[in-house]
Ligand binder design. Structure first.
Ligand code: ZN
Length: 422
């Protein structure tokens, strides 16, 4: 291998028309240390790009000096920022009297960021890290990263030909430029993969989205799990004739959980002698009673050794509403856990007057959606799937410090999940 090829290889430059002409120099520019490599780009063109004439001899096209000092950003070598100063051959066509500049696949015309760097940035975007960090490491401006994300977004038409047979619909707070404040997320309940995300959860937009699939394709959907949202239920019934609708278990539990918790918060008043206990032991109150420990430990609030079970018993006996709510909540979460629909039904139809208004409201919501809740007991969906995706979204949002553009946000999610390739 010649020295030239050796250096090109080292720099991962595939174009053999580039000839390195000087040894690598190190230079400080704006307090950053750079490796500077100088090279020329030259070859014999096959034809004139202006008039198309074939280049057969020096009577057609001749070399005509250089466009000097084109600076090309190439990926870091080791830990050092690297620049290639490229002198590009200029040609003159005797047929049309035009000049043109030699081209290379290393860098697009009129650009100074090498395609290698571009590619590297795309790979970096697939990792969980902020765009600012990528820009810093690749020594490009954030707007370069923005531009690349624009390119990816515009080329990403994530259109699956078929719909999942069982899917989950959910929503999350999106970026500022989205139509509605919430984005809509569809997951495949079978393989747990993210299926798609759209910028609006409005019925009109969702209907348009799903109507791109033929009726035949929509009729193949067997199951849709959703939150208690009448808009979703209406839409699911309208567009998916053969699908069973169920409320996912997370969203069932959260209703009773919030009702129980708000009763506790209402009791957390400074003049309540149990204020500190209610405040500090809230986790024990919402925990499944079967998981409470009976082991005694010293408690600074009780000034004695006491078990978790005893603490909860003490606290719920200080208030009748709290006690009634607590028993209702425990019954509900355990009937879900044991997959005992009859037990669940018995609880929500037993209208105890001592329940808090909020818990009564939750039970009413359950009764109104009893059909869909019954399906939740039939379909066993792994809650981990939904949680996993929600965690990913949170994680990306956190590292990105809030995206301004929804398209960019979505592109990153898909890149990181490996659904699209940079
Ligand atoms: Zn020409």
């Amino acid at each position: 291998m010649s020295t030239n090829n050796y250096i090109l290889n080292l720099l991962n430059i595939k174009d053999e028309n580039i000839h390195i002409i000087t040894e690598c120099k190190e230079k400080m520019i704006k307090r950053k240390n750079y490796k500077i490599i100088e090279g020329i780009l030259t070859y014999t063109p096959e034809y004139c790009p202006c008039c198309g004439v074939a280049n057969q001899s020096t009577n057609d096209i001749i070399k005509w000096g250089f466009r000097k000092n084109c600076i090309v950003k190439i990926p870091k070598q080791g830990n050092c920022l690297t620049r290639l100063i490229l002198h590009k051959q200029r040609f003159f066509c005797k047929h049309c009297n035009n000049t043109f500049i030699a081209e290379t696949n290393l860098v697009d015309r009129n650009k100074n960021i090498s395609n290698n760097t571009n590619h590297q940035i795309r790979l970096e975007l697939m990792e969980k890290q902020s765009e600012k960090d990528i820009a810093k490491r690749m020594d490009v401006s954030v707007s370069v990263i923005d531009r690349i994300l624009n390119e990816i977004s515009s080329h990403t038409v994530l259109r699956h030909p078929t719909l999942p047979k069982s899917m989950n619909w959910d929503e999350f707070k999106a970026t500022k430029d989205t139509k509605g404040k919430m984005a809509f997320i569809i997951t495949d309940n079978v393989n747990g993969n993210l299926f798609d995300i759209t910028g609006s959860r409005k019925s009109r937009d969702l209907e348009k989205y799903f109507r791109r699939y033929s009726k035949q394709e929509r009729d193949k959907v067997k199951h849709i799990s959703i939150d208690f949202y009448s808009g979703y239920i209406y839409l699911a019934k309208k567009l998916f004739k053969n699908a069973d609708i169920s409320i996912d278990r997370f969203h069932i539990i959260i209703q009773a959980y919030n009702s129980l918790n708000s009763t506790r918060v209402r009791l957390c008043k400074k003049d309540n002698p149990n204020y500190n206990k209610l405040k500090d032991y809230w986790k024990l109150i919402v925990k499944n009673e079967k998981d409470l420990s009976e082991e005694k430990h010293y408690s600074k609030h009780f000034h004695k050794e006491i078990s978790q079970k005893e603490i909860v018993q003490y606290l719920i006996n200080t208030d009748l509403t709290l006690k009634t709510n607590y028993e209702c909540y425990q019954g509900l979460i355990n009937s879900l856990k044991e997959k005992n629909f009859n037990k669940f039904k018995a609880i929500i139809f037993n209208q105890n007057k001592n329940l808090s208004p909020k818990m009564k409201q939750a039970l009413k919501l359950y009764r109104e959606n009893i059909k869909y809740i019954e399906n939740s007991f039939k379909y066993d969906i792994n809650n981990g799937i939904i949680e996993g995706i929600n965690n990913l979204i949170k994680c990306i949002k956190r590292i990105a410090f809030g995206y301004r553009k929804f398209d960019h946000f979505i592109s990153r999610i898909f890149l990181i999940k490996g659904i699209i390739k940079g």
